[in-house]
Write a protein that binds this ligand. Structure first.
Ligand code: GLU
Length: 324
């Protein structure tokens, strides 16, 4: 039997400072790969260029290294699948678009801009892209299309097959979605920006990623991504979506909860081992927070130890992190 080497990745979007929630996903993705003796790839997802900043990308790399993570390939170390920065990979995405277009998997959509917001960013939160697209532009006649094209540049949507969809998630178990799940989705915006869904698939496929571990907020993007793999004839990776760290209001831990950035913890003099220990305790990998290096967690890491439900982080727990 030929065993393929596990290849995993962490793919931050440099539109804000890396906070403990992002760091925790990075740590788990890294442990998953390192435990299996695989290769870890770091990719910068700056496809939504107006929202991203090069200095935040630099900072993200520095922050991740500071908590003890390393990568075999990435923007700063290079590798066989370079470049590892989405804004430099546009040719690949255009090629994928051409193939989908050629195979009749896309159509032009003239719907309003309001409906198309947030398409390039990863949709954080189940259903956060809004209600399913009702298919308004699916069956326009050639005349209607020509008429609309006079006043508006269209976006491109992927035609979602009208059948139920299922996949097996390594962390969250079997997932079932109703026919048409989420509706036909945008792969290229009217302003020319490629959607997160297409870019992430083109990159993971090109970079030979076998395992995607990421937050549960991206779980309902997965059927879309698997449909793109299928349409493009590319082998799909395995997926593991881990439950999020939530605030006491039940919402994903974010800045408004005081979700602390790694940069500010570092500035405050908190040791990285303390942060890693805290993250490990919040992820079922340690009984209680105690300083530990990322490397020390590798031998005992297992997906099965990660809780199946979102982890609620209390204010006291958050402040414990900053008390040095
Ligand atoms: N770039 C995405 C984010 O910042 C992650 C995409 C993924 O892991 O598929 O959330």
């Amino acid at each position: 039997m030929i065993m393929t080497l596990m290849r995993g990745r962490f793919a931050p979007t440099p539109s804000g400072l890396m906070h403990i929630g992002n760091a925790r996903t990075a740590l788990l993705a890294w442990l998953h790969v390192r435990q299996a003796g695989g290769q870890f790839v770091l990719r910068m997802e700056d496809i939504d260029t107006p929202r991203c900043k090069p200095e935040l990308a630099e900072q993200a790399l520095a922050d991740l290294r500071w908590i003890g993570l390393d990568w075999d390939e990435g923007p700063d170390v290079g590798g066989p699948y370079a470049p590892y920065v989405q804004s430099e990979r546009l040719r690949d995405y255009e090629e994928a678009l051409r193939r989908l277009e050629r195979d009749g998997r896309l159509y032009e959509c003239y719907c309003s801009r309001a409906e198309l917001l947030a398409i390039a960013s990863a949709p954080h939160g189940l259903g956060s892209e809004g209600p399913a697209y009702p298919g308004t532009c699916r069956n326009l006649t050639a005349e209607e299309r020509a008429r609309r094209a006079e006043t508006k540049t269209p976006s491109r949507r992927f035609l979602v097959p009208d059948e139920p969809f299922r996949f097996e998630d390594l962390a969250a178990g079997e997932q079932r979605f109703p026919a048409g799940c989420g509706g036909d989705f945008v792969v290229k915006r009217a302003d020319g920006i490629i959607s997160y869904q297409l870019a992430v698939v083109a990159d993971d496929a090109a970079m030979g990623i076998t395992d995607v571990l990421r937050g549960y907020d991206l779980l309902d993007s997965t059927p879309r991504q698997l449909m793109l793999y299928e349409a493009l004839g590319w082998p799909a990776p395995r997926f593991a979506h881990v439950p999020l760290l939530n605030g006491t209001d039940g919402k994903r831990l974010a800045k408004r909860h005081g979700a602390i950035s790694l940069a500010s913890l570092r500035q405050a003099g908190v040791a990285p081992e303390r942060i890693v220990g805290w993250l490990a305790a919040m992820s079922g990998l340690l009984d209680r927070p105690e300083p530990v290096s990322a490397k020390e967690l590798v031998p005992t890491f297992s997906l099965s130890r990660i809780p199946k439900e979102p982890v609620v982080v209390t204010d006291e727990q958050l402040s414990a992190l900053t008390q040095i």
